[in-house]
Write a protein that binds this ligand. Structure first.
Ligand code: SF4
Length: 311
């Protein structure tokens, strides 16, 4: 943004498209194996449908085990690729260097970056307010929380329009009466590919009052400089930062249980065991593959889980 460019999150373009399912098939027709995560295929297939995208920033470390290969495939197809590495292990100096390199590559300067951070400050405060209205007063529904927070990774490609939409939404939400769900849940892991998870949980009388990754995308830690903001962001580093964040959420938000969403063929599935061993709260692990509604088996398992937690 400081370079006068418009960042768009390819994950969001993929999942928000009505054609998401067919894009996965398009990637498979282009040669991607069935045993590769559908998000990767969706990102690959989303690009030709958005010819205005001029370059792709590839988080080739700390994001996804497939991203390096995806970046190479895109480069081979003639795409302009810009690499970014989240340091592993977490390291402030290295992250500072990565951010500076990215600034130079995009022709942004420190003053411009600082101006954008100031511009985004009230917006991030509004996102924290939205999150509080979800878990403290129940005035914001699980799906609304998810949709606003997940979109904060790129502000839907138009920060001013997104900020207005959020302000208007908060004005309405604050007028709603408070409500408390029968069962309070946290949704952890990567964002689910299912289209109707929140609505189904709503039907069961359960509310997701903590959306782990979407909340991280909103950068919920105020008062930090840019490097510290991206150091506090738990997604790209080790599991221990995530565990601390999750333990705090379980305690502060009085969660009755957690749903751990895992994606077929994703390396992050391996963390299920560590999460179970370290979080003292009931956990249901579900798995999704393609962008579809919930399958009957997963619906049944969710229903049984909520029944067990219901007071
Ligand atoms: S779900 Fe896992 S494998 Fe798929 S894009 Fe995300 S991190 Fe990568």
């Amino acid at each position: 943004m400081a370079a006068g460019l418009v960042p768009v999150d390819l994950n969001n373009l993929f999942i928000a498209s009505k054609a998401a399912l067919s894009w996965v098939s398009e990637a498979e027709a282009a040669g991607f194996p069935r045993t590769i995560c559908a998000w990767v295929k969706g990102i690959y297939a989303a690009l030709p449908h958005h010819p205005q995208i001029q370059a792709v920033i590839v988080a080739c470390q700390g994001d996804c085990s497939y991203t390096q290969a995806l970046g190479e495939i895109l480069a081979a197809a003639g795409r302009k690729i810009i690499h970014f590495k989240f340091p592993y292990p977490k390291n402030r100096d290295q992250l500072q260097r990565e951010i500076t390199t990215l600034m130079h590559r995009l022709d942004a300067d420190a003053a411009g970056v600082a101006r954008i951070q100031v511009r985004l400050k009230p917006l991030r405060e509004d996102l924290r307010r939205l999150d509080r209205l979800t878990w403290k007063t129940g005035q914001v529904k699980s799906r609304e929380n998810f949709e606003f927070l997940i979109a904060s990774s790129d502000f839907e490609g138009d920060v001013e329009a997104y900020a207005r939409k959020l302000t208007n939404f908060l004005r309405v939400a604050q007028q709603r009466p408070s409500s408390s769900p029968q069962v309070r849940l946290g949704l952890i892991g990567i964002p689910p590919i299912f289209s109707d998870l929140w609505d189904y949980l709503d039907e069961l009388g359960a509310a997701v009052v903590f959306n782990e990754m979407p909340r991280q995308f909103s950068m919920p830690y105020p008062g930090l400089d840019l490097v510290d903001q991206y150091l506090a962001y738990t997604y790209p580093y080790d599991i221990f930062g995530r565990l601390a964040d999750l333990q705090e959420a379980v305690a502060t938000r009085h969660l009755d249980g957690l749903i751990h969403y895992t994606q077929s063929f994703c390396f992050r599935q391996m963390f299920d065991q560590t999460l179970r061993e370290n979080l003292r709260v009931p956990i249901l692990t579900i798995e999704g593959d393609r962008p579809t509604p919930l399958d009957p088996r997963t619906r049944m398992r969710l229903e049984a889980f909520v029944d067990v937690l219901r007071p």
